[in-house]
Design a protein around this ligand. Structure first.
Ligand code: ADP
Ligand code: MG
Length: 242
């Protein structure tokens, strides 16, 4: 029997006349890495923003770990165990890398120790006392992941975790994701790099114009006529060029 950790039912978000998320129903299995792909503007980031309480939905429900969290405030959702990273990473300025991690969490007795362990795990401990704004784009992505890990989430939403990252660092980020996943953390991941999607995800959901049009294994969805149409405007071409 499958065990669902995160589930939406008919989740809808509108911006004026634009329906950015149109009755999205999606289930994420506990312990899995679930990918979300789709053309630019198909509603992926909006979906994450609504899941994490940054947007109030115009309809539908969100259930996390057996609890209806629809309409909850972001801090409460994060505390409940649903963490996220942002497509655009912006660490606190004039703060060191370690201070950035510490600022991610309000309380906790072993905060300092936890921060140092995470820095070591992500292999950025040598940067701990540097100003976070001096980090490279890829290092900032690691810091962002570290900040989420401070909250001990059961499920992490990653928005474009490898965008703009050099290939060596990209591989390190993916290795860390696999390790964290092996420890039981579930991931929902928006990613445009199809190699990443192919290599790390268990299931893939495809969004197009705000709708969840197809779900399946990587091979199933890239083979699907509707997916090819979404990317190409035609199903005749052989490959999804993404
Ligand atoms: P994706 O992440 O798949 O590229 P987004 O979720 O960012 O797509 O955007 C989906 C659609 O919603 C786009 O047409 C975008 O312009 C629109 N949109 C996103 N956020 C807002 C906002 N805060 N206000 C108005 N329109 C928005
Ligand atoms: Mg986006």
């Amino acid at each position: 029997m499958s065990d669902t950790i995160l589930e939406t039912h008919d989740l809808t978000k509108k911006f004026g006349a634009l329906t950015a998320n149109d009755e999205i129903s999606l289930s994420v299995e506990r312990g899995s890495i679930h990918g979300v792909i789709g053309p630019n503007g198909s509603g992926k980031t909006t979906f994450f923003n609504t899941l994490t309480g940054m947007h109030q939905p115009d309809g539908g429900t969100i259930t996390f770990d057996g609890t209806d969290i629809t309409g909850w405030k972001p801090y409460k959702i994060a505390r409940r165990g649903l963490g996220r990273t942002f497509q655009i990473v912006s660490p606190f300025k004039n703060m060191t890398v370690r201070q950035n991690l510490l600022a991610a969490k309000s309380g906790g007795t072993n905060k300092q120790k936890q921060a140092d362990e995470i820095l070591e795990f992500l292999e950025i401990d040598h940067l701990a006392d540097d100003d976070a704004s001096d980090m490279s784009g890829g290092q900032k992505k690691l810091l962002e992941l570290g900040r989420v890990l401070m909250l001990d989430p059961d499920c992490i939403l990653l928005d474009e975790p490898t965008a703009g990252v050099n290939p060596a660092l990209e591989q390190r980020i993916l290795d860390h994701l696999s390790e964290i996943n092996d420890d039981g953390t579930t991931f929902l991941i928006v990613e445009h790099d199809m190699n990443v999607i192919q290599n790390v995800v268990d299931r893939v959901s495809v969004f197009d114009q705000g709708k969840h049009i197809v779900e399946g294994s990587f091979d199933e969805v890239t083979d699907d006529k509707r997916v090819r149409e979404a990317y190409l405007g035609s199903a005749d071409d052989e490959e999804v060029p993404i």
